[in-house]
Design a protein around this ligand. Structure first.
Ligand code: BDR
Ligand code: CA
Length: 311
C-alpha cells in the first residue's frame, strides 16, 4: 500500500475522505492525520479528525494538531457550509482517543526523514499551512516525497469563497504559493472535478442503505452539507470535494486532467488565492502540477459506497 499523511480540516467531506482511506488498507496506509485550521478552528478540526477515526473503528490512528492560523493572515472559516462544529449532521460521540503530543509539522518532517525516499505521499484536504511550514522548516523533505495529491483551486469553475478563489487556497495563499513552488510533483483536485462528484438523492440513499453506523453517518453528513449547495447553487447535491483525493490514490483511472503550470495569486485583493493554471500552455512556465478536470462520477460513487460498506 501507498503510505500517506492526510492533512485535513474536517469538514464533512474531509471526514468521508478519511473514511475512504481507512476502508482501503490494501491500497493506502495512513501513517498519521494532521489537523489544520480551516473549515473551523484547529481545536475543532483536531477533535473531528479523532471522531472520524473512532467512527471507522480505528482509534489507533495517530492524530496531530498543527497550525492554528494561516502564515500571514487572519483565519477565514466556513461554518456557513459545515455548521458550527464543522461536522454537523450526525450525532457522534466525543472522541476518547488522545491527540498526539507532537506538533503536526514536526510529525510530517520526522516521518519524511524516517521513511525511505519516495515512500510517502502527502494528501492535503485543507489550507496548506502545515505543509508550507514543514517545507520552510525542513526543505530537505521535499526531495523525499513521492508527491502531493491535494484538493484545492479551480480553473473554469473559479471560486467558491470569492469569485476568483477556492476556499483551501484562499485561506492561506502564501502557504499555497510555497507548496506550488516547492518543486514537488502535485496532483490537484480543483472545483472543476469536485463539482462533478455530487451527492444526488440516489447516491445519498445508497450510503444510508448500507445500514451501518458509518453508512448512516455519511448520509447524514452529506445531507447537512447538501443544504448549502442546493440553496446556494441549485446543484443536484453536495460536491464531495476531498474524497476525490483518496479515491485518486485507489483508482487514478477515474480522473483525467492536464500537466500544467499553476501559480497562486498572493497580492491582489480582488483575486487573492486564485490558482492561475496555464491550461492551454500559453506560457513557457514549467508545468508543476497535474491539474485534474474530469471524473467518472458514477465510478467514483460506486467505489466510495463499496469501500464504506467495509467499515
Ligand atoms: C474545500 O473547502 C472545504 O470547505 C472543503 O472541506 C474542501 O476541502 C472545498 O473548497
Ligand atoms: Ca477540507
Amino acid at each position: 500500500p501507498r503510505k500517506i499523511i492526510i492533512d485535513t480540516d474536517p469538514g464533512q467531506d474531509d471526514a468521508v475522505a478519511i473514511l475512504l482511506a481507512l476502508a482501503s488498507p490494501d491500497e493506502i496506509e495512513v501513517l498519521g492525520i494532521t489537523a489544520v485550521a480551516g473549515n473551523v478552528p484547529l481545536a475543532l478540526t483536531a477533535r473531528n479528525a479523532r471522531i472520524v477515526c473512532e467512527l471507522a473503528g480505528r482509534p489507533d490512528v495517530k492524530v496531530f494538531a498543527g497550525c492554528d492560523r494561516p502564515l500571514g493572515r487572519k483565519l477565514v472559516t466556513a461554518e456557513h457550509v459545515h455548521g458550527k462544529t464543522g461536522l454537523n449532521g450526525p450525532v457522534l460521540p466525543d472522541p476518547v482517543m488522545p491527540l498526539q503530543p507532537q506538533h503536526a509539522v514536526d510529525f510530517i518532517i520526522d516521518t519524511l526523514r524516517r521513511e525511505a525516499p519516495g515512500a510517502v505521499t502527502l494528501c492535503p484536504l485543507g489550507p496548506l499551512t502545515n505543509i508550507a511550514m514543514a517545507f520552510e522548516k525542513a526543505p530537505d523533505i521535499c526531495d523525499r516525497l513521492a508527491g502531493i495529491v491535494l484538493m484545492g483551486g479551480a480553473y473554469f469553475e473559479v471560486g467558491n469563497i470569492t469569485p476568483a478563489a477556492e476556499f483551501n487556497i484562499y485561506v492561506d495563499p502564501q502557504a499555497a504559493d510555497i507548496v506550488f513552488r516547492s518543486g514537488v510533483e502535485i496532483t490537484v483536485m480543483p472545483l472543476d472535478v469536485t463539482h462533478k462528484a455530487l451527492v444526488t438523492p440516489a447516491r445519498n440513499a445508497a450510503f444510508r442503505a448500507l445500514g451501518s453506523r458509518v453508512g448512516v453517518a455519511v448520509a447524514e453528513m452529506t445531507d447537512f452539507f447538501e443544504r448549502f449547495d442546493k440553496e446556494k447553487y441549485g446543484s443536484d447535491g453536495a460536491p464531495l470535494h476531498d474524497p476525490c483525493v483518496t479515491a485518486y490514490l485507489i483508482r487514478p483511472d477515474l480522473f483525467s486532467g492536464r500537466h500544467v503550470n499553476v501559480e497562486i495569486e498572493t497580492r491582489s485583493e480582488l483575486t487573492l488565492g486564485m490558482t492561475v493554471a496555464d491550461w492551454w500552455h500559453v506560457t513557457d512556465r514549467t508545468p508543476n502540477a497535474m491539474f485534474m478536470g474530469d471524473v467518472d462520477a458514477d465510478g467514483f460513487f460506486d467505489l466510495l459506497t463499496e469501500r464504506l460498506a467495509r467499515l
